[in-house]
Design a protein around this ligand. Structure first.
Ligand SMILES: Nc1ncnc2c1ncn2[C@@H]1O[C@H](COP(=O)(O)OP(=O)(O)OP(=O)(O)O)[C@@H](O)[C@H]1O
Ligand SMILES: [Mg+2]
Length: 284
């Protein structure tokens, strides 16, 4: 829709068309947001502090021609955010074997690259993203608005390839390297072998990271920075998780009790121990 014809995000109201499907399907639960449902061709999510900043970002992405994000349609009679349903399938909490496809991995990297290209120039105006707790990203100065949570559960797959991104709850200013490395961390994945998902024990993280790097298009300089950037991101992520568990509770506290802090520390140690072979795999 042309920007001029759009209702501002804070007064956009969703009214279903007469006869529109109204069957309700409960979506697979994530870690934090309860109550995500599908109603016909829409997704309903609880309204959150970041919802309107995200809505502005989704408008921008639509105008920039990015095809892989939901549209913010407004709020429904219950005050929930209404987004377009992006057809396809997402991974479950323990990513299934079909998500190991190298073609899928490369397509995730390309999709995130297109997201970053489309995001360039977006500056939140009427609604700002809530500041992230603990400390800002080290390179926040670059301030490219990014997704920052491109997990297997938040990528919509069609025909075996990444077609869409959902769940922009953590979107905010970062850098393209931070967001793409975060995506690789989830999708390669970069974690200690003892934390492999069932059925993923034989996957080669060096080979998969190289596929991701080539498909995203990391420069030589970015490839050399991967271990240090990954170690720093793990340290930041540990502090944020601990902070959110203590201050926000809910799903954050559940994740903390389930041992996410240990998982992040083991990832950090694995990155430290494998810094050299990682750079070698990325640059040879
Ligand atoms: N716009 C959408 N189109 C298609 N499917 C969606 C859409 N939004 C959400 N889903 C599906 O619903 C699931 C849960 O929704 P979502 O990721 O938004 O919340 P969540 O993961 O519960 O939140 P959080 O990650 O904050 O805990 C997703 O993994 C995806 O399968
Ligand atoms: Mg999610």
């Amino acid at each position: 829709m042309s920007p001029a014809r759009r209702v501002p995000v804070d007064s956009r109201v969703y009214a279903p068309a007469p006869g529109e499907a109204s069957d309700v399907e409960i979506m697979p639960a994530g870690d934090v947001t309860d109550g995500v449902v599908r109603v016909g061709g829409t997704i309903r999510r609880p309204h959150q502090p970041q919802s309107l900043a995200v809505a502005e970002y989704l408008d921008w992405l639509e105008d920039a021609g990015f095809e892989g994000s939901p549209r913010f349609l407004g709020r429904d009679a219950q005050g929930r955010d209404v987004l377009t349903f992006v057809p396809g399938r997402c991974a479950g909490a323990q990513p299934e074997e079909w998500t190991q496809s190298e073609d899928l991995l490369a397509s995730v990297a390309r999709l995130v690259r297109r997201l970053h290209t489309a995001s360039a120039g977006f500056v939140p105006r009427a609604h700002s993203f809530p500041p992230r707790p603990v400390r800002p990203n080290p390179s926040d100065a670059a301030a490219l608005i990014c997704h920052l949570d491109v997990t297997p559960q938040n990528v919509v797959v069609r025909g075996g390839l990444a077609a869409g991104l959902v769940d922009f709850d953590l979107a905010g200013p970062a850098t393209a390297l931070h967001d793409s490395l975060n995506t690789a961390m989830h999708w390669v994945p970069l974690r200690d072998p003892s934390d492999a998902w069932p059925g993923w024990e034989d996957q080669d993280p060096f080979r998969r990271l190289r596929i991701f790097a080539d498909a995203y298009g990391w420069t030589e300089n970015e490839r050399r920075r991967v271990p240090v950037a990954g170690i720093d991101a793990a340290a930041l992520s540990y502090e944020r998780m601990r902070h959110n568990a203590a201050v926000l509770g809910g799903g954050w506290a559940r994740m903390w009790e389930d041992g996410v802090g240990g998982l992040i520390n083991r990832r950090r140690a694995w990155l430290e121990a494998n810094a050299e072979p990682l750079v070698a795999a990325l640059t040879r």
